[in-house]
Design a protein. Structure first.
Length: 768
């Protein structure tokens, strides 16, 4: 087919049927075909309908052949949906759109045509993450770097970030290079790219970066694509990163018929490299752009939209828009304060059971969390009350790799004959025990009819293993003996903390600078917190077994539990937004790392959470929550204060609003603020903060309050009388150190070679 566009119809042609079904702004976005168009599409405003109608309109009115239209999406699912809708508009005989797809799929197609321009062949291989890490580990080893100190995963993350910004190795400055191996980042990036070319391979970041490089260096290739694409359509423009932005700008410079669809209020992926500034500066990039605001919402009630719109107005960097709906009525957004995280789970469970009794399907219910570790409390509660659930965007809590590792250690402690558990963790964290060592361990176990752990210890005393492997196994087995003895007197939660510390598992996560490592550490902290509810290790492991065995039928209704990030693009009748406290949401880590920009992204995330709800939205916050293993007295999220009062119903929050609540809990003289964390015996002291909390409806606790959710057994251990703060002590693993703090029988010690650790006093001896 010729690439010359067919003649367009007369301007007085009747409005086609697919455009007649749209509202006025949607129809404006469809029929304004020439020049740059910015379609600001708020949540639930029908942006996909408008975008696909526009694509169909360009073909149906003969403004362009399908091959002259570039339509870019972020997911294959979105691309498939657009193809189906366009076919619905134009009929089954309509041609396909050859350049409709994701950024990466389109660039891969381009690169097959021009691979030789970047030193590749057209049959190049696209490697996955596992292959990438394996290659980086080889390069790290070859260049005599310590992979434990400079993990391959960290380097992979940096390279991905550089490619998302459109940076080649020669583009890195000294600051960027300093991010890895004391200034060797640029060198390692260059070596990696050279190795990829020698393998005739690309990673996903290369697909766009190579094409961008080709466009920059070979103007004839760029001009050919500029002539080819008479119209460009881009979905979810607020999620574009730098390299995607640069690629699109170059392609649109000829015809300038680019239509981008997005919502700056839903830009929540900066950790992937997305830059909200791309959509904010579109009118500067393309002067004279026609701006269309889609504000009529087809999803939520007026109350939900009013709350969400009021909240997002607190952001300074945004396009102004106000969502509205023709629907009437609906419940106000409910804001509920609870005592602690277990009560939060109980309250949500009760509300879900009530909805179910009223005839609601569990499939219409979602619980949205800020971080994965928050799901554990709800999973346990739903197991207890028999509510089916599913985790979207991740594993169930007890199925996550780090949790399975920790449980495997506990299983071997409780049951030395558990070969499967021992095999999982004998070399986790890495101890230099490879597959050959494991095979010898299995052979000896079969030969002697002994459990794998016992056989390993016996094998270590023989001459069949290299000395290093034998010493490593012997050291591990001595630890298991020590942990087994400790389990007789130590609470399960203290035991797992000790195991994670002494195995080096915590250090492994601390040294892993990948984005996932912090979440894995949070999950392990939540595991230790969960174990505080059990008197013995056996009780806890039995509970886990029951939880893991809770399979459901594929066709059963289920409550959906997911992070807010995973919920984007979805909708539910009933949404529970949980954990809305300062430090949890907004995330303190995000704010510490990104300042005001991260705070605004956290607020956009809150906006996304609320606008997932169609009929009912409930926000919960807890007065006490366990974070990183420490109980803290929490204050409601600032986002609650920013919700317009006329759209919310506060069930148990502070009289006078969240600002008074926040001020009250930040008072330095409020004795209860530190009771849970520091001095349980002071719970009888009721200061002004405690009185106001009672008056607002919080559950009154007994006078002898101990830490919320913590079992009495964890307070039973008494400190040794011969150890005082300032004493010098010795630990078999960590060496000599000075005691800096003491809580019951737990010591905080600043070790000379291993930094600050928390250990049980029975594991040290006083020196000097």
């Amino acid at each position: 087919m010729s690439d010359i566009a067919p003649s367009p119809p007369r301007d007085n042609a009747p409005v086609p049927a697919y455009a007649q079904m749209l509202n006025a702004p949607q129809r404006d976005a469809v029929l304004t075909t020439e020049g740059p168009v910015l379609m600001l599409a708020g949540a639930g405003t029908g942006k996909t309908a408008a975008l696909t109608a526009r694509l169909a309109h360009l073909v149906a009115t003969r403004r362009a052949y399908p091959s002259q239209i570039l339509c870019v999406t972020f997911t294959n699912k979105a691309a498939r949906e657009m193809r189906e809708r366009v076919a619905g508009h134009l009929g089954p005989s309509s041609e396909g759109i050859p350049w409709l797809g994701t950024f990466h799929s389109i660039c891969a197609k381009m690169l097959r045509r021009h691979a030789e321009l970047v030193g590749l062949q057209s049959n190049y291989t696209i490697i996955d993450t596992d292959d990438q890490l394996r290659l980086l580990k080889q390069l790290i080893s070859t260049n005599e770097l310590d992979e434990k100190r400079w993990p391959a995963r960290q380097l992979a993350g940096l390279i991905d970030r550089w490619k998302n910004r459109g940076l080649n190795p020669d583009d890195l400055d000294a600051t960027e290079s300093e991010a890895y191996a004391n200034g060797r980042g640029q060198e390692m990036y260059r070596l990696y790219q050279d190795r990829m070319k020698s393998l005739n391979a690309c990673d996903f970041g290369d697909l766009m970066l190579h094409i961008l490089n080709i466009f920059r260096k070979h103007t004839d290739v760029l001009q050919d694509y500029q002539r080819r694409y008479k119209y460009i359509l881009v979905d979810e423009y607020q999620d574009t990163n730098a390299v995607q932005y640069l690629w699109l700008r170059l392609l649109a410079q000829s015809h300038k018929n680019i239509c981008v669809v997005g919502d700056d209020d839903q830009s929540i992926y900066s950790w992937r490299g997305a830059e909200v500034a791309n959509i904010l500066r579109f009118e500067k990039d393309f002067p004279g752009a026609h701006v269309v605001r889609l504000e009529q919402n087809y999803r939520s009630t007026p109350q939900i939209l009013g709350a969400a719109s009021g909240l997002i107005r607190a952001n300074s960097e945004r396009h102004e828009k106000t969502l509205w709906t023709e629907a009437n009525g609906g419940d106000k957004v409910k804001v509920i304060g609870v005592w602690d995280a277990p009560e939060e789970a109980r309250r949500v469970g009760e509300d879900i059971e009530r909805l179910e009794a009223e005839g609601a399907s569990l499939d219409t219910v979602a619980i949205l969390v800020r971080a994965q570790y928050q799901t554990r409390e709800f999973e346990d509660r739903f197991i207890q009350i028999g509510v089916n659930y599913r985790i979207i965007g991740g594993f169930r809590f007890y199925e996550r790799a780090e949790i399975r590792d920790a449980l495997a250690y506990l299983r071997v402690i409780a049951q030395p004959q558990d070969d499967l558990a021992f095999e999982r963790i004998y070399n986790q964290p890495k101890r230099g025990l490879g597959a050959k060592t494991l095979e010898k361990m299995h052979q000896h176990a079969r030969r002697t009819n002994m459990p794998l752990a016992a056989a390993s210890l016996e094998l270590a005393d023989s001459d069949e293993l290299p000395k290093r492997a034998a010493n490593t196994i012997g050291d591990l087995m001595r630890h298991f003996l020590s942990w087994r003895e400790a389990a007789e007197t130590m609470t399960p939660s203290d035991l797992i903390r000790l195991v994670l510390d002494e195995t080096g598992y915590n250090d492994m996560l601390a040294n892993d600078r990948s984005p996932e490592s912090a979440g894995r550490a949070e999950n392990l902290s939540e595991l230790a917190r969960a174990m505080e509810e059990y008197e013995t290790l056996g009780d806890f492991l039995e509970h886990v077994s029951l939880v893991m065995d809770n399979d459901r039928g594929a066709d059963e209704e289920t409550v959906t539990i997911m992070t807010i990030h995973a919920a984007k693009g979805l909708e539910f009748d009933n949404v529970f937004c949980v954990g809305w406290e300062e430090g949890v949401f907004p995330s303190q880590r995000a704010i510490d790392e990104g300042g005001l920009a991260s705070l605004e992204e956290e607020r956009r995330l809150a906006y996304v959470a609320i606008t997932r709800a169609k009929r009912r939205c409930t926000i919960l916050h807890a007065a006490n929550r366990r974070i990183y293993g420490q109980w803290t007295s929490s204050i409601p999220s600032r986002f609650i204060e920013e919700l317009p009062e006329e759209f919310i119903d506060q069930e148990t929050t502070m009289t006078g609003g969240a600002s008074l609540w926040r001020a009250n809990w930040s008072e330095s003289d409020d004795p209860f603020a530190h009771v849970a964390r520091d001095r349980p015996e002071r719970a009888q002291t009721r200061g002004p903060g405690w009185k106001r909390a009672i008056s607002s409806g919080y559950e009154t606790k007994q006078a002898n309050v101990r830490e919320p959710g913590r079992s009495a057994a964890s307070f039973a251990a008494k400190p040794r009388s011969d150890i005082a703060i300032g004493a010098m002590v010795h630990h078999d693993k960590f060496g000599t150190g000075c005691v800096t703090d003491q809580e019951g029988n737990k010591l905080e010690i600043e070790f000379e070679e291993h930094g600050t650790k928390r250990v049980i006093d029975s594991f040290v001896k006083v020196v000097g």
